[in-house]
Design a protein around this ligand. Structure first.
Ligand SMILES: [Zn+2]
Length: 104
């Protein structure tokens, strides 16, 4: 499953706004984790942001795959943000291992 940047960069809440890129974190050999923020002040994703993974080949996993893991129940949005990054990084690692195991 994959999606386009156009879709992935839209706010996960309703897709009405396109997110602003806040940070890009490169994972060597595995692509980038791009953190976006909703430009709409009242949106929950304005504060917490969301993360889009871009694989080295430029494809983007379907965001439904990562959305549930994106916001673990922790106290502050900053902690949540870090945790989301860590989780996604874990997922990337796992995916890579599975890919290798499958002989891709
Ligand atoms: Zn929004």
């Amino acid at each position: 499953m994959s999606t386009t940047w156009d879709e992935a960069s839209k706010c996960p809440r309703d897709g009405a706004y396109t997110g602003i890129v806040k940070t890009r974190k490169t994972i060597p050999g595995q692509g980038q984790l791009v953190e976006l923020q909703c430009p709409e002040d009242h949106c929950p994703f304005h504060e917490t942001g969301w993360i889009v993974q871009v694989r080295p080949d430029g494809t983007i996993p379907d965001k439904a795959e990562v959305r549930e893991k994106q916001f673990p129940k922790t106290s502050s949005s900053e902690t949540r943000r870090r945790a989301a990054l860590d989780l996604l990084e874990e997922q990337v690692q796992r995916e890579l291992r599975q890919g290798k195991a499958a002989g891709r």
